[in-house]
Ligand binder design. Structure first.
Ligand SMILES: [Zn+2]
Length: 116
């Protein structure tokens, strides 16, 4: 995901008023994270709970990510809910990307456990 800079607020007072109203509504709905607008299809994030080294890579929202499993080649989806749990509760590396499907992930874990 690419970090988005907050949009410039217009100098035109009418436009600015409209924009402020819109932003206040988003804020109320919890769809404004650190001044960043969360798209309709996305899940708002809590950057303060993420394990990022300063903020440049912080995530303001999550969207489902399609990926191909590196083990079996099956297509998978890393859902926004799973990402939220991974980044904010398990404090996962902010740069991590999905690589394994659930099945292969479980197999990998077992293989590691057996090797140890
Ligand atoms: Zn797999």
């Amino acid at each position: 995901m690419v970090n988005v800079m907050p949009k410039m607020v217009s100098r035109n007072p009418i436009k600015r008023k409209r924009e402020e109203k819109r932003l206040a509504k988003l804020q109320k709905e919890g769809r404004l994270v650190k001044g960043i607008e969360v798209p309709q299809s996305a899940l708002p994030a809590n950057p303060d709970a993420q394990n990022h080294g300063g903020g440049y890579s912080a995530k303001f929202y999550y969207q489902d990510i399609d990926f191909i499993c590196a083990g079996c080649g099956k297509p998978g989806i890393w859902t926004s809910q799973q990402q939220k749990r991974y980044f904010e509760i398990q404090k996962g590396n902010i740069y991590n990307k999905p690589k394994w499907c659930h099945e292969c992930h479980t197999k990998n874990k077992e293989a590691k456990r057996n090797a140890a």
